[in-house]
Design a protein around this ligand. Structure first.
Ligand code: NAP
Length: 311
């Protein structure tokens, strides 16, 4: 793979100016010394002071010097954008989940390698403050079992986002895959799914809740109907006591005592720093383990129909 010499901060384009682009990507790039937001591509959104395109082909043709794009679209349209970008020899950063299907992403991995550019399938929750420390603790212990509770209010976090309930939108696995991205990062040995129950609202194409069983005594409960306090917790029982990540990995408790974690740049700044490293080294990073578990759950899961859901 070759990486072309280019100015620092490197120009980058954001594609799909929606909720996560505004909440996280724009501020993370603004605070980065590696990147400069040089263009946006969005059918309706824009960022003040930044050149805006409403058509991706027009952007690719007009701005060949912007050699990196970050795709913040929902998973359904993402493959077509990623393929065009790679064919145009752009480095590509993918929001999670990296695609609608595993096959799509395998095709992108092969294409990035052929084109000699970087492909980074990001998992923002792996960058949460407590994850690296949890992984280090677990490397020195024998894991007995683990329990994931990932329960949030879909109306609060995804207001009106119909795509998450459409085929390819993953439903409750959209947040649940964040838990699986942490699990697959911190466990010393891999596990695989042995069974699942998926609860589909009678008027929707994707599940609103799921329970998953894995080898190694790992169980997970995902639920999008939780009002009040929100729960994003992974509790691992070990031979020497519990290792528990709370608040989506931002807090870590070991043997019942909360650890003081080192200063942390934040999940999205850490992703952009990693992308800069990958581009500089001419490497790609595309771990599909979290998505494999979701695909397995969709394959093995028993379907139950529950009450209709409206935002
Ligand atoms: P969103 O706001 O609903 O959509 C993002 C943008 O994608 C939209 O503003 C839209 O931009 C574009 N878009 C939507 N459908 C499209 C289509 N069919 N074709 C082309 N463009 C389309 O979604 P989001 O919440 O930002 O989520 C995007 C991705 O980020 C998802 O994969 C999600 O899992 C991930 N993510 C979201 C969150 C969160 O809290 N929301 C957190 C972490 C990660 P234009 O209409 O302007 O083109």
């Amino acid at each position: 793979m070759t990486s072309r010499p280019i100015a620092t901060p490197r120009p980058i384009a954001l594609v799909g100016i929606g909720k996560i682009a505004r909440d996280q990507h724009v501020p993370a790039i603004a605070a980065s010394s590696d990147w400069s937001l040089a263009a946006t591509v969005s059918r309706s959104g824009a960022v003040e002071g930044v050149e805006a395109f409403d058509d991706f082909d027009a952007f690719l043709a007009a701005r060949p010097e912007i050699d990196t794009v970050s795709l913040c679209l929902p998973p359904q349209p993402r493959f077509d954008y990623a393929k065009k970008a790679l064919l145009a020899r752009r480095h590509v950063m993918l929001e999670k989940p990296p695609g609608q299907t595993l096959s799509e992403v395998h095709e992108l991995i092969d294409l990035a390698a052929r084109m000699g550019v970087t492909l980074y399938a990001t998992w923002h929750s792996r960058m949460a403050a407590g994850v690296a420390a949890a992984k280090a603790h677990l490397a020195e212990r024998a894991v007995r079992s683990a329990r994931i509770d990932w329960k949030e209010d879909v109306r609060r976090w995804h207001p009106g986002q119909e795509w998450i309930f459409e085929a390819g939108g993953m439903g409750v696995f959209d947040p649940g895959i964040n838990a699986l991205s942490i699990l697959t990062e911190i466990l010393p040995s891999p596990v695989h799914l042995t069974g699942a129950v998926l609860e589909f609202p009678e008027n929707r194409q994707t599940p609103i809740a799921a329970t998953l069983d894995f080898t190694g005594g790992v169980r997970a409960a995902f639920d999008w109907r939780q009002e009040g306090p929100q729960t994003w917790e992974i509790a691992v029982e070990t031979d020497r006591g519990p290792v528990t990540l709370r608040d989506g990995g931002a807090r870590l408790e070991v043997d019942g005592t909360e650890e003081t974690l080192p200063d942390h740049p934040g999940e999205y700044p850490a992703l952009y720093a990693r992308m800069a490293e990958l581009v500089a080294k001419g490497e790609s990073e595309t771990d599909l383990a979290p998505m494999r578990h979701v695909a397995d759950a969709m394959t093995l899961g028993r379907r139950e129909t529950v009450a209709a859901f409206e935002f």
